[in-house]
Design a protein around this ligand. Structure first.
Ligand code: FPP
Length: 233
């Protein structure tokens, strides 16, 4: 019997290579990536996963060509506009994690609207990381703690992170055959199990998501301690 992780985080990578392999513009890969995202969000809700966190746009992604950034923002607008009703119907609580000050006003308004409307939902906790960087998040938390005059303990510090009300990921999935963390949830993934898939994000399916969960079930999580059986011997 498979047990579900509490929280799965995903680095959705490979949209550009998916498009390149088909001689299509990179945007076509991102569009197909949104389709894969929708399927995984639906599947995660259906299997009863409590928390799903998706890396959609990093603090480093601003270095991409302006046309690609505009296309990604347009896709995000489209996603938020077209999916809000479905997410609310499916009892999903949506949070958007990361800096807000560099996003367009209309996107911020859409985010605030769906966060407010979904705040009492009790199904899947879906977090979309947007203009998110792990280092930026940590520095922001440190500076807020200093400003508030708080001693920085692990617990107090965690309360200053964007993820203050979200548990740490149990499982981190990265697609596209890349083996990096890429500034994603640096503090929170300390003891996450890692799963790397060669599949490019636009081709990622619910079955591959379930394979990652199966693999997670084979892992023995020791959190720096020793095997429970050994400690009794
Ligand atoms: C990585 O592919 C993917 C991104 C930078 C963006 C991820 C965005 C989506 C899946 C679509 C938007 C999501 C939502 C929730 C609306 P890449 O471009 O780095 O691919 P490459 O490494 O093959 O070039």
């Amino acid at each position: 019997m498979t047990s579900l992780p509490n929280h799965i985080a995903i680095i959705m990578d490979g949209n550009g290579r998916w498009a390149k392999a088909r001689r299509l513009p990179r945007t076509a890969g991102h569009k197909k990536g949104v389709e894969a995202t929708k399927k995984i969000v639906t599947h995660a809700g259906e299997i009863g996963l409590p928390y799903l966190t998706l890396y959609a746009f990093s603090t480093e992604n601003w270095a991409r060509p302006v046309d690609e950034i505009n296309d990604l923002m347009a896709l995000l607008r489209f996603y938020l506009k077209s999916e809000t009703a479905e997410l609310l119907k499916n009892n999903v609580r949506l949070r958007v994690i990361g800096r807000r000050d560099r996003l367009s006003k209309d996107i911020i308004d859409m985010i605030e609207n769906i966060e407010e409307k979904s705040k009492d939902n009790t199904g899947l906790n879906l977090s979309i990381c947007l203009d998110y960087g792990g280092r930026e998040e940590i520095l922001n938390a440190v500076n807020t703690a200093i400003k508030n005059g708080h001693a920085v303990t692990e617990e107090a510090f965690s309360q200053y992170l964007y993820t203050f009300d979200i548990p740490d990921p149990d499982l981190l999935i990265r697609t596209s055959g890349e083996y990096r963390i890429s500034n994603f949830l640096l503090w929170q993934c300390t003891y996450s199990e890692l799963y790397f898939s060669d599949i490019l994000w636009p081709d990622f399916t619910a079955d591959e998501f379930d394979n990652a969960i199966q693999s997670y079930n084979q892992r023995e999580r020791r959190f720096g301690g020793i095997d429970k059986k050994e400690s009794k011997a």
